[in-house]
Write a protein that binds this ligand. Structure first.
Ligand code: 13P
Length: 247
């Protein structure tokens, strides 16, 4: 059976002291998890987190990755640089980057390609805003966002992780219901099936106010293969409870 993946997205949170305390608590409580676990940390803390995690059960991810290999791109971080820290995952196209940093579907697709070329698994985020949902455009939006990644990455699409994160559910405490999430995941799965015979092995994560209380029902859905967790990933007890719910 496909193992679920629970990934924390720390966003722009943390400090040397706070990270150490959080990771020590997670390592002390995690045991041998039945699912895969990762934390996507701010790039400046990759070295610290790599040293604390020691290549153990919690894997490391970044929150963004450059679409360029190197050179005159001030502020960007290349895939090769990230790889030096033992990175397994890179989030690409998070709605906060689409919204505040002008990332387009094409740029997100290029970032996914850049990650894949370096052996880093991109966690590609898609999701609709509240206005788009209310206008009945949810399917159209997530399909458009995923189509760009499929067309740029060809047969490599079976190596990506996709995260459905409805923008209205992020950081609001208002999670999608398990049924709402499953409905969109089924649409994404069908789109991937049309693109690759390996679509069933692609992990589809749900993100948006997932917490210790709602994780089990979301993760019980047939097309929900894990979670991308924001706020609750900063609280060891909550993150460990979500990991336990993914067993
Ligand atoms: P919250 O879990 O805080 O809603 O954030 C979800 C998210 O954006 C993960 O990438």
């Amino acid at each position: 059976m496909k193992k679920k993946l629970i990934a924390g997205n720390w966003k722009m949170n943390g400090s040397l002291v706070a990270n150490e305390s959080l990771l020590q608590s997670l390592l002390a409580g995690i045991g041998q998890p039945a699912c895969q676990v990762a934390v996507c940390v701010p790039a400046v803390y990759l070295a610290q987190c790599q040293a604390l995690l020691k290549g153990g059960v919690i894997e490391l991810g970044a929150q963004d990755i450059s679409s360029h290999e190197g050179g005159a791109f001030t502020g960007e971080i290349s895939p090769a640089m990230l790889k030096e820290f033992g990175l397994r995952y890179a989030i690409v196209g998070h709605s906060e980057r689409r919204q505040y940093h002008g990332e387009t579907d094409e740029l997100v697709a290029a970032k996914a390609q850049s990650a894949l070329a370096s052996g880093i698994t991109p966690i590609v985020c898609v999701g609709e805003t509240l206005a788009e949902r209310e206008a009945g455009k949810t399917e159209e939006v997530v399909k458009r966002q995923l189509a760009a990644v499929i067309s740029t990455n060809g047969h490599c699409i079976s190596e990506v992780v996709v995260a459905y994160e409805p923008v209205w559910a992020i950081g609001t405490g208002l999670s999608a219901t398990a049924e709402q999430a499953q409905q969109v995941h089924a649409v994404l799965r069908a789109q991937l099936k049309a693109a690759t015979p390996n679509a069933d092995r692609i992990k589809l994560l749900y993100g948006g106010s997932m917490n210790a209380a709602n994780a089990a029902s979301l993760l019980a859905q047939p097309d929900i293969d894990g979670g991308l967790i924001g706020g609750a990933a900063l609280k060891p007890k909550d993150f460990l409870a979500i990991i336990a719910a993914a067993a």
